[in-house]
Design a protein around this ligand. Structure first.
Ligand code: ATP
Length: 315
């Protein structure tokens, strides 16, 4: 499964319908190299389908994007930017969904991704109400490790939330959705409907100065940790506007029984000044996340074996 990425830009639109669908005789991969199975999920511009590579029987999640729909909505560049980000992240981290191949035919772009069979962390939180502190610790640690990797490669996620944290066969995290950062480029005053659903994780600097940085992902990390343990959003108003007011005023409280060390970490992440967040101090250096890793909440985490240690029961 280590073939190079077959760039969508490299495929000719001049291909006839039958040619472009029927074979990969030119040595490139095509949709015909896969058996398509169940639909795993749908996004605004995509359908994600279970795919089995015929030659190797290896299973993948194949994200299929309709080119016409993308073009009509001016989202072609965004889709290609998502692909480029995934290519930049490569195969180097177990906690980030890997792009194995990308190709296209006359109608669609296809991204062949790691299959995350156990769905979204969000569904688990919704089903269980909340996660145990042990579980929240494990997933937060995996998220810190994945963020460290992507930040060192110059990638800011900008839309971290439990819907974008998938779970693999062993219930380990796989961060996905590197194409939605663009949604929060929209200033709040001009926010469109697409802003809905991420409002709860938006950082104060984005709301106030329309700026994002690596540290905005640290803010979202604090929101996600809070949500895993509390079972609700840290910031939630009756409208988006009121949610944003709460974010700007840092207006949130911990429910009774919230683990004190987790609460301390949340407090150090949900800091208005992006430079003052835990983990932001040495941003850009190899050690940017060391102060986060050293937080007492992670005292029982073995960072060296984080991706081999079994996930605690989801309770
Ligand atoms: P939008 O584009 O509207 O923000 P989205 O980013 O969730 O939506 P996709 O990335 O296309 O859209 O994913 C759609 C759904 O497919 C996801 O909600 C998820 O449940 C499922 N899915 C996505 N990637 C995978 C994967 N690698 N393995 C398993 N399921 C996946």
């Amino acid at each position: 499964a280590d073939q190079p990425i077959d760039s969508p830009a490299g495929r000719s639109r001049a291909n006839s319908k039958s040619k472009s669908r029927s074979s990969s005789a030119n040595g490139r991969l095509s949709a015909d190299d896969f058996e398509f199975g169940d639909i795993l999920g749908e996004g605004s511009y995509s359908t994600v389908i279970h795919g089995t590579h015929r030659a190797t029987r290896q299973e993948y999640a194949i994200k299929v994007l309709d080119k016409g729909h993308l073009k009509r909505n001016n989202k072609l560049q965004t889709a290609l930017a998502e692909k480029n980000t995934l290519v930049r992240l490569g195969s180097g981290h177990p906690g980030i969904v890997r792009l194995h191949w990308a190709f296209q035919d006359d109608w669609s772009l296809y991204f062949v991704l790691d299959l995350a069979r156990n769905g979204e962390l969000q569904s688990r939180i919704s089903r269980m109400g909340s996660l145990s502190t042990a579980c929240a610790r494990y997933y937060t640690a995996q998220l810190v490790d994945a963020l460290d990797y992507m930040h060192l490669r110059g990638v800011i996620h900008r839309d971290l939330k439990p819907e974008n944290l998938l779970l693999d066969d062993d219930f380990r995290i796989k961060v996905t959705d590197f194409g939605t950062g663009k949604l929060i480029d929209v200033p709040p005053e001009r926010a469109t409907k697409t802003f809905v659903g991420t409002a709860q994780y938006v950082s104060p600097e984005l709301l106030e100065a329309n700026e994002t940085s690596k540290s905005s992902d640290l803010w979202a990390l604090g929101c996600v940790l809070y949500q895993m343990i509390a079972g609700r959003f840290a910031f939630q108003g009756l409208s988006e506007y009121l949610t944003w007011q709460k974010i700007k005023q840092l207006d949130y409280t911990f429910p009774e029984g919230f683990d004190p060390e987790a609460a301390d970490l949340v407090r150090r992440l949900l800091v208005r000044d992006p430079l003052e967040r835990l983990g932001a101090g040495l941003a850009g250096s190899d050690y940017s996340m060391e102060e986060l890793r050293a937080h007492p909440f992670f005292a029982t985490i073995h960072w060296d074996t984080l991706w081999d240690d079994p996930a605690p029961p989801l309770e």
